[in-house]
Design a binder for this molecule. Structure first.
Ligand SMILES: Nc1ncnc2c1ncn2[C@@H]1O[C@H](COP(=O)(O)OP(=O)(O)OP(=O)(O)O)[C@@H](O)[C@H]1O
Ligand SMILES: [Mg+2]
Length: 165
């Protein structure tokens, strides 16, 4: 796909490390995540974050509960991926929300990914499927026994309470 020719609209400016754009290409909703190159953000952080995110997205793309990575431009530090929908909140939570969250946690454990950036904006929902996004802060390493979490409940805002196993 010729990503440059798509009509990209700014999707989110909140991101501290990136600019995120949205477009439709071949009938599919797409996301372009451009890592910022401001001198302030240069150094080990964003460079590592970009490489981390590409590697981890590649590993997780086979699962439906993470974005599918479509293309990565290492020089420009841009990642193209599928759009995973809006943020989850109480009003759009699927009935099996907690089960889906726990399936996500199970996959992260199995794939030895320490996520390190849990927040509600990183949980998205599309066609009833909950996805976890943003692997810039994640690392691949074996988790120690005692570092596993399970979601046991959510409150009115859709925030979850978890249990350390
Ligand atoms: N695949 C996606 N599907 C849906 N929305 C996305 C996707 N990727 C990014 N976004 C949107 O763009 C925002 C910023 O993306 P992301 O969290 O990956 O970047 P970031 O720079 O690390 O942001 P922050 O520092 O705020 O965590 C997300 O909170 C979300 O709203
Ligand atoms: Mg983020």
């Amino acid at each position: 796909m010729e990503y440059d020719k798509l009509k990209w609209k700014l999707y989110s400016t909140i991101g501290s490390t990136s600019m995120v754009y949205y477009a439709i290409g071949h009938g599919k909703e797409l996301i372009k995540k451009e890592y910022r190159s401001d001198p302030l953000y240069l150094g080990s952080g964003p460079k590592e974050a970009f490489d981390n995110e590409v590697a981890i997205l590649k590993k997780l793309s086979k699962y439906s509960c993470f974005p599918t990575i479509l293309h990565a431009d290492k020089n420009k530090r841009i990642i193209f991926m599928t759009y995973s929908g809006p943020s989850v909140y109480k009003g759009n939570q699927p009935r099996n929300y907690i089960e889906q969250l726990n399936e996500i946690l199970t996959i992260l454990e199995r794939e030895n990914i320490l996520y390190k950036d849990f927040k509600l904006q990183h949980l998205r929902i599309k066609s009833g499927i909950v996805s976890l996004i943003d692997f810039g802060a994640s690392t691949e390493e074996k988790q120690k026994i005692g570092s596993y979490y399970r979601v046991i409940d959510t409150n009115d805002l859709g925030l979850y309470t978890h249990l350390r196993l």
